[in-house]
Structures are given as structure tokens and as C-alpha cells.
Design a protein around this ligand. Structure first.
Ligand SMILES: Cc1cc2nc3c(=O)[nH]c(=O)nc-3n(C[C@H](O)[C@H](O)[C@H](O)COP(=O)(O)O)c2cc1C
Length: 359
């Protein structure tokens, strides 16, 4: 019997520094929009960006604000467009529409753990129907002339189906696999199982990015060493510390690693606010939006979580910025902690199942 045809792989866009591990900003709904990517690029861009997911179904059209993160991208770094969906013709249509834009490639979401999403058999739900997933991978590979990538969790309940997933990813010629090393059911709990990234590296022809709690340059170095992954993808820890991609590059090239101070973090907060606040929105909405980012930043400001609690109690911009000044400019040369302080928890710290609290 003839061996099944092997889909050739396409090379990824050139990284910033060939020879160093790859870095990517993880896609985060309601976070990784055009202004946020610009802020991250200011402090040290990753090699690759990914958009928030485009929802794809019979009546879906590409959401204009996500489209802008591709068409108006001025970071100089490639942006992959992420899709979530299960309808083959609609996924093919969305991929074709996106490839008319300057998207670096098409990324399929196999990770979203929100019940409202996975119950529709999309995102993380596709781990429960690998036959369907195979059809989706075949369809997207066939309709994506350029680069086709996949972002996955290790499985639905656990990692029992991971080998079969890897077979499909390889068979259908994905050009890059990003692995959030937890199952869908694990949500964001516990330490990720990085050994699954190592298994993907061993099994696949394409490069693998390890994802999940890459909280510092040192942690990135340790995960890269233990998995052999081509690179790391960083989400929430890049909100907390936008210097992380630069720091990973410095760490991996044996250079001194930049150590920001609280004063520099105060400037980051200003830049974030200027970039992301909608002047037409009510003040409370602008305050809430900034607090969303501050939840993460506060994890490295003080070990007792004083800044976190104080900023949560503010209601106006004046109050919020006064709290920022008090906690960050009192001793501006104080180092911003490399890792989050234990017990200082960002809430919510993960993607929300539309309107529900995250558990
Ligand atoms: C607010 C938020 C939104 C997210 N939205 C997406 C998304 O649109 N697509 C996706 O594949 N993953 C999404 N994720 C998951 C992240 O890409 C990433 O896999 C996860 O946060 C683990 O990485 P981290 O520990 O570096 O944050 C989201 C996570 C968060 C916290």
C-alpha cells in the first residue's frame, strides 16, 4: 500500500534574531488588540503576534476591531489570525477572507475552555471529537495557501488523546503548534504539564511553542531546556511584565537581563492607559479597563498585595492614578519583582466564560 502523502511544511516568517528561541504573545480575547500589541512592541516585541479569535459560523463576518489588529499593525512583527469554529465551509470562507489581509497565517483555536464555547464543539470542545477535528485540519490546510498553525491544550479531561492529536497535526501539515500544557478541564489550575510540549517536539516535523505560566525569562529558559521546544508563547505574564520578550532574548543570549523598577512600571501604566482607553467611553468603563491590566501588574508590585487591593477600590481616573503614584512612585527605584508574589492573585486571571466568574 502506498504511504499516505505527507503535506510539506512552510517556513515561518523570519524571527527577530535567528538562532534564539522563538517568542510569541499568546492570543487573549479583549486584551491582544491593536493598541495592546503596540504597547508590547514598544517594550520589546515578540517574534510573532496572534489575534484574539475570530468566531466563525454560518452568519459570521470578520469582526472589524480584530481585522484592524492585522491591517493597521505597525509593530513590524507578523500577526497570525486565529479562528474558532467547526463549520468546514465557513472556516474555509473565513480563512480565504483573512488571507486577503496581511495576516502571517491562519491559527486554529483548540483551547478555549469556556463551557459556552466548548459545548458548541469548538475551541477546547474539539478534543472530544477527533474525527471532526481531522476534517477541520484538512479543510483549513487545503484553504490556507500560506502558513497554517494550531494552538491547543493537551486534551479535554487529560492528555489521553494527545498522541492522536499530534498524528492529526502532523498528517495535515500544520506549520507550527503552540501547546498550552493543561487540559481543557484544568482551566488555569496547577502547574502546566510541560512534558506534553516535549512529546510534541519529539513527534512533529513542525516547530512547537510551549505555553502556560512562562512567568519570567528564567522560567522560559528552564522550559525550553526541558522540552526542546522551538520557543515559548507568553500570555498573562506579558500583561504583568511587557519587557518579558526582551528579557527572554537577553537570558537566552547570556546577556544581563533588564530589571524594571516600579518607576518604569508607572510609565508602562500611563502608556497602556493612553493606548487603550476609549475617550468616548464613560469614565468608569475606562477605569475598569485599566484595572483589568493592573490586576496582573499588581502581582509584582508588593508582596502583601496592598496596591492590588487599593486600586480595586477606586472609581475615578483621578483616584486610580493617585493610587498608582502612591504605590509605584513612593520609592520608584524599587525593583519590580521578576515573578508574581505568591498569594497575590489577579482576579479574574483567565478568559471569562462570557459574563461568568472564572473558577
Ligand atoms: C483573558 C484571556 C483571554 C484569552 N483568549 C484566548 C484566545 O482568544 N485564544 C486562545 O487561543 N487562547 C486564549 N487565551 C489563552 C492564552 O492564549 C494562553 O494559552 C493562556 O493564558 C496560558 O498562557 P499564560 O500562562 O502565558 O497566560 C486567553 C487567556 C486569557 C487570560
Amino acid at each position: 500500500m502506498p504511504a499516505p502523502a505527507v503535506t510539506p511544511l512552510r517556513p515561518l516568517p523570519p524571527p527577530l534574531h535567528p538562532g534564539l528561541p522563538l517568542t510569541a504573545l499568546a492570543p487573549m480575547q479583549d486584551v491582544t488588540d491593536l493598541p495592546f500589541m503596540a504597547v508590547i512592541a514598544h517594550y520589546g516585541a515578540p517574534d510573532y503576534f496572534f489575534t484574539e479569535f475570530f468566531r466563525v459560523h454560518a452568519t459570521s463576518r470578520l469582526e472589524p476591531h480584530i481585522v484592524r489588529s492585522i491591517t493597521d499593525n505597525a509593530t513590524g512583527r507578523p500577526v497570525f489570525a486565529q479562528l474558532i469554529g467547526e463549520s468546514l465551509p465557513d472556516l474555509a470562507r473565513a480563512a480565504a477572507d483573512l488571507l486577503r489581509l496581511p495576516a502571517a497565517g491562519i491559527d486554529l483555536n483548540l483551547g478555549c475552555p469556556a463551557p459556552k464555547i466548548y459545548r458548541k464543539n469548538v475551541g477546547g470542545g474539539l478534543h472530544r471529537d477527533l474525527a471532526k477535528l481531522g476534517e477541520i485540519l484538512r479543510t483549513l490546510r487545503a484553504s490556507t495557501l500560506g502558513i497554517f498553525t494550531v494552538k491547543t491544550r493537551i486534551g479535554f479531561e487529560d492528555g489521553a488523546t494527545f498522541e492522536r492529536l499530534l498524528e492529526l497535526v502532523d498528517l495535515h501539515g500544520a506549520d507550527l503548534l503552540s501547546v498550552h500544557c493543561r487540559s481543557v478541564k484544568e482551566l488555569y489550575r496547577g502547574e502546566p504539564h510541560y512534558e506534553f510540549a516535549a512529546r510534541a517536539v519529539a513527534r512533529l516535523r513542525c516547530p512547537v511553542l510551549a505555553n502556560g505560566e512562562i512567568s519570567s525569562a528564567a522560567k522560559a529558559g528552564a522550559v525550553l531546556a526541558s522540552t526542546g521546544a522551538a520557543g515559548v508563547m507568553v500570555g498573562r505574564h506579558a500583561i504583568r511584565n511587557p519587557w518579558i520578550f526582551r528579557q527572554i532574548r537577553e537570558h537566552c543570549s547570556g546577556m544581563p537581563v533588564f530589571a524594571p523598577t516600579l518607576g518604569e512600571v508607572r510609565e508602562y501604566i500611563d502608556r497602556l492607559f493612553r493606548a487603550t482607553a476609549n475617550p468616548a467611553a464613560p469614565e468608569l468603563a475606562r477605569v475598569s479597563r485599566l484595572k483589568k491590566y493592573l490586576n496582573f501588574i499588581a502581582q509584582s508590585v508588593d508582596a502583601e498585595g496592598r496596591f492590588l487591593r487599593a486600586m480595586r477600590h477606586t472609581h475615578t481616573e483621578a483616584e486610580l492614578f493617585a493610587v498608582c503614584d502612591e504605590h509605584l512612585l513612593g520609592a520608584p527605584a524599587t525593583p519590580f519583582a521578576t515573578e508574581p508574589y505568591p498569594g497575590v492573585i489577579a482576579r479574574p486571571n483567565c478568559e471569562l466564560p462570557l459574563g461568568m466568574a472564572c473558577t
